[in-house]
Design a binder for this molecule. Sequence first.
Ligand code: SF4
Ligand code: SF4
Length: 75
Amino acid sequence: MDKKKGITLCMCRMCPSFVDCKEEIAFCMAEPGTSGCIKKEQGCLCPGCPVQAAENFRHVFYCTRGSEAGQSHDR
Ligand code: SF4
Ligand code: SF4
C-alpha cells in the first residue's frame, strides 16, 4: 500500500509509547522512520496493525528503532 494509506491505518496515535510532535506517522514505512520525539519504548501496537499485516512487516518499535527496511538491513 502507499504511505498515505498507511498513515490513515496506522495505530501509533493510540500507542502508550506515542508522543505527538506533529510529525508524520506510519514510522514503519518512512526512511529512516525513527521519531524525533518518541524516545521511550512503553509498548508497541504494531503487531496488531493492519499495515503490518498487509505489508508482511516483521519488526516492532519502528518509531525508536527505524523503519521496516532499516531494521531489516541491520540483521
Ligand atoms: S505497523 Fe506500526 S508504525 Fe506501521 S503503520 Fe502500523 S502502527 Fe504505524
Ligand atoms: S511504532 Fe510501535 S511503539 Fe512506536 S508509536 Fe507506533 S505502535 Fe507505538
